[in-house]
Design a binder for this molecule. Structure first.
Ligand code: AMP
Length: 932
């Protein structure tokens, strides 16, 4: 700070009679955390000229001292009690210490097994405050206990009640002063113990009775069956219901919940209102679907829930056993619902994700999902994260083995989420925290975490023996009363209910289960939703769809996608691309890949289909081919020509993604399963990076429809092709997708021309089928002289699953037919032309799955005399399509003909690292394919 400014500031009237040491200590507190001093002081310190924060404390201290000396001299003030002022600061330090570290002394563990370290800062002695000071009156500073001054004793007790009761609040890592003050206001003004009405308390008891009752019922009716009991974490049921109620009152229309198996059946029955009878049928093993199905604790559910703010639609996401992966799926589903409702801030849709303590600390996708939370493409206005913290992961104990941090929730600090640890045996504290969480999320649009500290009454599942690995914990659990008993006792003592009332609640609940109908009072039948999936249900791949488009329409679209606003200065290389596109739009130049793809998007948004594309660098395109998002070289402003197609067009959003595959692909899966009217595309930077999201491909994309009946039209664009770029940039692992292909679960395409990519993209959205589309997209073909199409080719309107011979080769002369897919076609074509071979025909299979048997039969009609068929691929023999698709090739060729392989030898690595070896291999495989 400038000396003059500091002097002027200190000499201002606020310091008359002041004491430099006092002010200086206050200032230090303020520098540590602005919320530590009262608002008055904060405002004062806030007026310090910019730059004060960079000055060393010792310098400021000196200036304070000088100024105070002068002030005191001038005022002749002898009345200032320096000792008391010093203590006053100590009191503020004590308050601050509680805010920072009170949670470490909070009563969080229902079992009382946590070894809590003693925190010295929470002892007044540590701050130089003695027993005698306890009766002295102090200013409470920024502590919001409803009065300006209080005895130290009272302040200390209040701090204990607020910060060391059943709630341990971790929020001082948040940088925003507003947010911290907001949380302090909520916690401190209620002295950590909000008052709930008798009705609310009775309802909480009823919900605990339900949570406990269901598990007991299942335990006795289906002994030994796996149900991943909630017992110990029973408060989860009142917690979620309270979140929904609060969200509903504040305007939420939809809540999407993601959770793993622990407590899931309980949530299904006691929150979402699934009929117990249906669950019992599932326990009895009754089959209700013709699909592959899934175990009951993976199943999703949808219903409506009545709140004082209107009905809220609930959707519990379907979920595989892979813990934590459902979180980004839930976020994507919420984002789709927000977009559908035109809601930008998340106020209409709330994501709630429920985690295990071991998984939230252990699984990397948790970090990836937190990282999505404030980005343009993936923000959902904050989420509520609940940890069902039963202090053990399967058989792995809490700290020594499961993690390296004190709390399992530490990862949430990366996005400065507040974390409320709460003792699950205190349902009122749980309800309080639920309200705090919803209000915080709605106010600040940020993530918030509730760490529900509980225990697990049984083993990992009910057939398991937990004493084998956690003997002491389970001895304790055995003697520990269940949450319902603890809360009932409390309400009986407080004369809110009587013993018989509790017994009545329990027997009523059992009767309701016997009856088998819905047991949730707030349950309401689902109203018609804004999205209708029925047009897509049970349609075969060959269902008819309207794909008409004329050359004139294409020219008009071409004109629009190349119109750049006046004054928008393109980079010279991009300008060149656009100049060429202008010619393509007029029909003066053949279309390349980038233009055809852009026209596909333009035609779709014009016809009313929304588009959402994300991926690493997809705005420009990894290979400099797309340029959908333009960057003004003058001011870095961006422009998306595809948003200017038509006044009535559908929105299109193209975002460069965060550098993640797993969370991002899962997010897009969640989006696409919630929204059939948007073409959702994820593009990999290089195709092989998709294996960072292998769990999404295996557990959701390939099999979600079979397991859960959930359709999903997500498109994956995976750059693939052998260009001598080494093992990591060649293969999108085609073989893995083909291996997972069955039940017509998705289509796997390798388009080889711009017209094909145009019609493939349109087909994906226009055809009333919503199944994933996996595309091996090219790299060098993006600029290959032969890989071009005319406007007429595009207007053909059809994606050809098979493309027959294009050169004028007399079929009768043909002695060998080579099948291939993708870029190698152009190598084969060039070599054949160069060698002037007229006895080899080359046929491209553009869709490898579902295999186009009919189109193949059509194309092969003229080659029925041929005995020699070859499948040629660039990938090593154990990769690519050879092993997974050869049964289809065999089925396609005439009886008695032989099928052989031309391609790289089997290899554990996808490609060689040396360009020269690559070239040799490539020449060899082309030779093999063409040499009869
Ligand atoms: P939700 O909004 O996710 O709760 O879905 C409401 C209803 O729409 C569900 O009960 C299903 O009948 C239907 N539905 C939702 N998503 C899909 C999907 N991906 N595929 C098929 N039907 C769906």
């Amino acid at each position: 700070m400038q000396e003059g400014a500091m002097q002027a500031w200190i000499e201002s009237s606020q310091f008359a009679g002041g004491n430099a040491a006092y002010i200086e200590e206050l200032f230090e507190l303020y520098l540590d955390d602005p919320t530590a001093v009262s608002q008055e002081w904060r405002e004062l310190f806030d007026t310090l000229p910019q730059g004060a924060y960079d000055v060393k404390h010792s310098e400021i201290r000196e200036q304070f001292r000088e100024a105070a000396k002068n002030k005191l001299k001038q005022a002749g003030s002898g009345s200032f009690n320096a000792e008391l002022a010093e203590k006053q600061v100590r009191v503020l330090q004590l308050i601050n210490a509680y805010r920072f570290r009170g949670h470490q002394h909070a009563n969080l563990d229902p079992l009382g097994l946590w070894k809590q370290e003693s925190v010295p800062d929470l002892d007044p002695n540590y701050h130089g405050l003695s027993k005698e000071d306890m009766d002295l009156e102090f200013n409470v500073g920024s502590l919001m206990i409803g009065k300006d001054t209080a005895k130290l004793n009272e302040i200390h007790k209040a701090l204990d009640a607020i910060y060391c009761g059943s709630i341990g609040a971790e929020y001082m890592h948040i940088v925003s002063t507003d947010e911290k003050r907001w949380i302090q206001q909520q916690l401190e003004s209620q002295l950590g113990k909000p008052k709930f009405s008798t009705e609310e308390r009775k309802r909480a008891l009823k919900e605990l009775v339900a949570a406990d009752g269901l598990e007991k019922y299942l335990g006795s009716k289906f002994p030994g069956a796996k149900r991943f009991s909630l017992e110990g974490g029973d408060a989860l049921v009142p917690l979620i219901k309270s979140l929904i109620r609060r969200a509903g009152v504040h305007g939420a229309k939809e809540v999407v919940i993601g959770m793993a198996h622990r407590g899931r059946l309980n949530v299904l029955i006691n929150v979402l209102g699934k009929k117990p009878k249906e669950l019992f049928d599932e326990f009895a093993g009754k089959n209700t679907t013709d699909k592959a199905g899934d175990v009951k604790y993976h199943m999703g559910f949808s219903s409506d829930f009545e709140t004082e703010g209107g009905n809220v639609h609930l959707a519990l996401a379907f979920n595989p056993s892979h813990l934590e992966i459902v979180n980004p799926v839930v976020m994507g589903s919420v984002r789709a619902r927000m977009d559908r409702r035109g809601c930008k801030d998340g106020s209409k849709a709330l994501p709630i994700t429920i985690h295990g303590d071991a998984a939230i600390a252990g699984q990397g996708v948790v970090q990836e999902t937190f990282n999505l939370s404030k980005t343009r493409a993936y923000g959902v206005g904050g989420s509520i994260r609940i940890v069902v913290n039963n202090q053990v992961g399967f058989t792995t104990s809490k700290q020594e083995d499961a993690r390296s941090t004190q709390y399992c929730t530490d990862i949430a600090k990366m996005v400065q989420a507040p974390i409320f640890h709460v003792n699950a045996d205190d349902p009122e504290a749980v309800l309080f925290v639920s309200q705090l969480a919803v209000d915080y999320r709605n106010t600040f649009k940020r993530d918030v975490v509730i760490d529900l500290v509980c225990y697990r009454r049984h083993g990992h599942n009910e057939a398991d023996e937990p004493n084998a690995t956690q003997p002491l914990m389970y001895q304790k659990i055995k003697k520990h009363p269940v949450p319902r008993e603890i809360y009932a006792k409390r309400l009986i003592e407080e004369k809110i209910v009587e013993e018989d009332d509790v017994k009545g609640l329990m027997s009523d609940y059992r009767d309701a289960l016997d009856h088998g109908e819905c047991v949730v009072d707030e349950w309401r039948p689902m109203e018609a939703h804004s999205v209708d999936w029925s047009p897509y249900i049970d349609n075969d791949w060959d269902v008819a769809y309207d794909s008409k488009i004329t050359v004139d329409e294409l020219k008009d679209l071409g004109h629009k996608v190349t119109a750049i606003p006046a004054g928008f200065k393109l980079n010279s290389r991009v300008a060149k691309v656009y100049e060429e596109r202008v010619k393509m739009a007029k029909g003066d130049r053949a279309l390349d890949w980038g233009m055809a793809e852009t026209l596909a998007y333009a035609s779709l948004v014009k016809s009313g289909a929304r588009i959402r594309m994300t991926g690493q660098d997809c705005g420009r395109g990894t290979f400099f081919h797309r340029h959908a998002v333009l960057h003004n070289q003058k001011d870095a402003a961006t422009f998306l020509p595809l948003t200017k197609i038509d006044e009535k067009q559908a929105p299109i959003e193209i975002y460069d993604s965060v550098l993640s595959e797993e969370a991002v692909m899962a997010f897009e899966y969640g989006y696409a399963t919630a929204e059939p009217n948007t073409l959702v595309i994820w593009e990999a930077q290089f195709g092989d990076f998709a294996n960072g999201a292998q769990v999404v491909i295996d557990q959701f994309l390939s099999s979600g429809e079979q397991k859960w009946g959930r359709l999903c039209g997500l498109t994956l664009l995976l750059p693939h092709g052998y260009e001598g770029q080494g093992p990591e940039h060649s293969s999108a692992r085609l073989e893995r997708f083909l291996q997972l292909s069955a039940d017509h679960n998705w289509s796997v395409c390798v388009p080889s021309t711009p017209a094909q990519v145009f019609n493939m993209i349109r087909r994906q959205q226009l055809r009333p089928v919503r199944r994933p589309l996996i595309v091996m997209t090219p790299k060098s073909l993006l600029r290959h002289a032969d890989a071009v199409s005319s406007l007429e080719d595009l207007a053909d309107g059809k994606f050809h699953n098979v493309i027959g011979e294009i050169d004028k080769i007399n079929p009768k002369k043909v002695k060998r037919v080579v099948f291939c897919s993708g870029k190698v076609y152009y190598d084969l074509l060039a070599a054949r032309r160069e060698r002037e071979l007229d006895n080899v025909a080359i046929i491209r299979i553009e869709q490898l799955y579902p295999f186009p048997h009919e189109e193949m039969a059509e194309v092969l009609k003229e080659y029925q005399h041929v005995k020699d068929f070859v499948w040629c691929q660039e990938e090593p023999q154990n990769q690519g399509a050879w092993y997974c698709s050869q049964h289809h090739f065999h089925a396609a060729i005439p009886d008695g003909a032989k099928l052989s392989y031309a391609g790289r030898a089997a290899s554990s690595s996808p490609a060689v690292g040396y360009a020269s070896v690559h070239k040799e291999q490539q020449e060899k495989l082309v030779n093999e394919a063409l040499s009869i």
